[in-house]
Design a protein around this ligand. Structure first.
Ligand SMILES: NC(=O)c1ccc[n+]([C@@H]2O[C@H](COP(=O)([O-])OP(=O)(O)OC[C@H]3O[C@@H](n4cnc5c(N)ncnc54)[C@H](OP(=O)(O)O)[C@@H]3O)[C@@H](O)[C@H]2O)c1
Length: 256
């Protein structure tokens, strides 16, 4: 356990599995107190136990952040418990793909409400605390890292609405980066290619078979590869901001 981030507090959304789970571990390893947010309480509780067993400090908040009041309450509870917030990792996301003509509108709404609206709720609620930390914290800088995707840079068939949500995350990130530059709240985006997580397991039928075949055809990334990238971004010196990090499996030429 490093003391690099001792005194700092990080909040990770979507921490019950995949990239968020690995990122919570990585930030705890750096010495941050970590607040882990997702809906599955049992998963969060075992993550908190694992972090505590390694000598770290963590708090689980089980909630649905696509509900605005719950997202705001998660930030409030973080600050009530630890007195501050230095790092926000907007990671929670869902991907439901398929041809636009066959997609269910409810699935589009789910993606938009989590991948975009929840990210906005969390960011807005966290900003006053991040600004305060950038002013008076020991690091004198604070961080927002938004998890976008390869699909936030490149459009492909079957990914239309997921791609729309992630292109939006990229645009929002860069606009906010510029707005906050002088306040030393760094805002950056990570765009992973294919990562072995539950995100890719939700599809049945032909689409599910395509995804499975695609993952079998390359050596995909592990969640820890993305957590490494996030840890790199938030450990840069105060004057250096990584505004964009595109992490691909070496063997990935196209999505599917
Ligand atoms: N895996 C990839 O190939 C890949 C590639 C590019 C980008 N990404 C992006 O990486 C991010 C993390 O995904 P992952 O791959 O790690 O997938 P994952 O394992 O499915 O993780 C998604 C996380 O989001 C949480 N979540 C879902 N709905 C939620 C809600 N309403 N409120 C709060 N939390 C919610 C899930 O927990 P609960 O179910 O417990 O709520 C889970 O912890 C996503 O933004 C995804 O778009 C992934």
């Amino acid at each position: 356990m490093s003391s690099k981030f001792s005194g700092t507090v990080a909040l990770v959304t979507g921490a019950s599995s995949g990239i968020g789970y690995a990122t919570a571990h990585a930030l705890a390893e750096l010495g941050a107190r970590v607040v882990v947010v997702a809906r599955r309480k049992d998963r969060l509780d075992s993550l908190v136990s694992a972090i505590e067993q390694s000598g770290g400090t963590a708090l689980a908040i089980a909630c649905d952040i696509s509900d605005r009041a719950s997202a705001e309450a998660a930030v409030r509870q973080t600050v009530d418990c630890f007195g501050r917030l230095d790092i926000l990792i907007n990671n929670a996301g869902v991907m439901i793909i398929g041809p636009v003509v066959e997609n269910e509108v409810e699935d589009w709404e789910r993606m938009i409400s989590l991948n975009q609206q929840a990210l906005l709720y969390m960011t807005k609620a966290a900003l006053p605390h991040l600004k305060a930390s950038a002013q008076d914290g020991t690091r004198r800088v604070a961080d927002i890292v938004n998890i976008s995707s390869y699909a936030g840079r490149v459009a492909s068939p079957n990914f239309a609405v997921y791609t729309m949500t992630k292109f939006g995350v990229n645009g929002f990130t860069e606009a906010l980066r510029q707005e906050l530059a002088s306040s030393h709240v760094r805002v950056g985006v990570v765009e992973p290619g294919a990562v072995k997580t539950e995100l890719n397991d939700h599809h049945k039928g032909a689409i599910g078979d395509d995804i499975e075949a695609f993952f079998a055809s390359i050596e995909a990334l592990d969640a820890e590869d993305i957590a490494d990238g996030i840890a790199y971004m938030v450990t840069r010196p105060r004057h250096a901001a990584i505004s964009e990090l595109w992490i691909m499996p070496t063997e990935q030429g196209h999505r599917a």
